[in-house]
Design a binder for this molecule. Sequence first.
Ligand code: ADP
Length: 468
Amino acid sequence: WRRWGRAVGVLREFEEGCATPIGRLRQVVDAMVVEMHAGLASDGGSKLKMLLTFVDRLPDGKEEGIYYAIDLGGANVRVLRVQLGGKRSMILGHEGESNPVPRNLLTNSTVELFDLVAMTLKHFVEKDENGHKLVVEKTKELGFTFSFPVKQKSVSSGVLIKWTKGLFIEDTVGRDVTQCLEEALARRGLNMRVTVLVNDTVGALALGHYYDKDTVAAVIIGAGTNACYVERTDAIIKCQGLLTNSGGMVINMEWGNFWSSHLPRTPYDIALDDESQNRNEQGFEKLISGMYLGDVARRVLYKMALESDVFGDAIGGLSTPFALSTPMMAAMHEDESPDLREVARILEETMQVLVPLKTRKLVVRVCDIVTRRAARLAAAGIVGILKKMGRDGSGGAPTGRTKSKTRRSVVAVEGGLYAGYTLFREYLNEAIREILGEQVSRNVVLRITEDGSGQRLNRDSCRQSQTV
Ligand code: ADP
């Protein structure tokens, strides 16, 4: 081995740069709380937008009737019809469809995008569960899950602040997305009205609360990341005089944009940010979410390939941005075969490099460092929310009949990264225990809600809970 030491040096340096000892996690927790306060105090007061949702009541399982929902949150548009039966956990039936948004529509024009959404809905609504044609006479009410930052004006309307997650259609920014959808529905002759506009995080919170009334926050960890929670209206300083029936309101944090100098950031993260379409934005998301983790790992491997000969002479796809997806990285990380066969296969198939076992082990280490940091930072974020709500066991809780120490707090978690990546989930849960301590963390439950906004809504989702 020539220059093996250099590859190890790259690894060591990266590992140090990504370190998340408990002290640093606590700093991130506190920074999150500070930024939450700042974002609630004034618009623009923090990188955390802390958006009002006007949602002041969450479903409690008593709902009845047939509901339609449409979900636009990235590269797919999904429609859903659910029948709720009125007793908790009685979702009588649901069905849905999911269609990819063609790549050119992700950047073309508002009209084209919303026409596609309207057509998807029309096809779905105008046939019943058995595929028979339905005549839609009455105006139907529609829930619209739109998972991009929106400045809401009411529970059913709001203007797009900016696109994220690969959608960039300039002329939508600043427009009311409910109006865009309703106009498209009208163009397509569909008699439907948007009665609620939420993002996926709020959808996950609603679904979580439907099953368990102790659900106080929701976090999405998929391609992107975001969180929301229930805040007391009197703590939402930026809209003084705001009153809600419940005294609370769901706040959409848009936490993907969180930033703090305490976040561990390496040259690889800086390069990824520099080359991204949204430089200096979504900083927390770039450290945590599925859209980026694979690429952070790839950048480190590329550096190793340049500095040493551990990948032989071939660079292959290592220099290609996003050649390594996060699910691929996860599969390498979780390869349990003694000769790391899966690692070899993935490196060969996706990156055209053939590497010996010793190098494969290095690759697994890189995946581990990337994922561990991501999971631990997400955990610190979650504890930050709990702390802001006085549910982290540290005392100083807002007034309440039950002591904060004994209150059970459920956090609904949704997204492919958390649900599909076991080691990520384990690191996250472990870090929450580490920060909160055994006793307090016993009252914190992270529960996977399978797709509160989309089609996998089902009764099993309430069984997959896990106490951290
Ligand atoms: P979205 O965030 O677009 O709504 P999902 O919540 O389904 O979609 O998350 C999809 C993302 O989660 C993918 O982009 C991928 O990065 C990540 N992901 C999905 N499955 C896995 C897995 N098994 N291991 C690691 N990451 C995964």
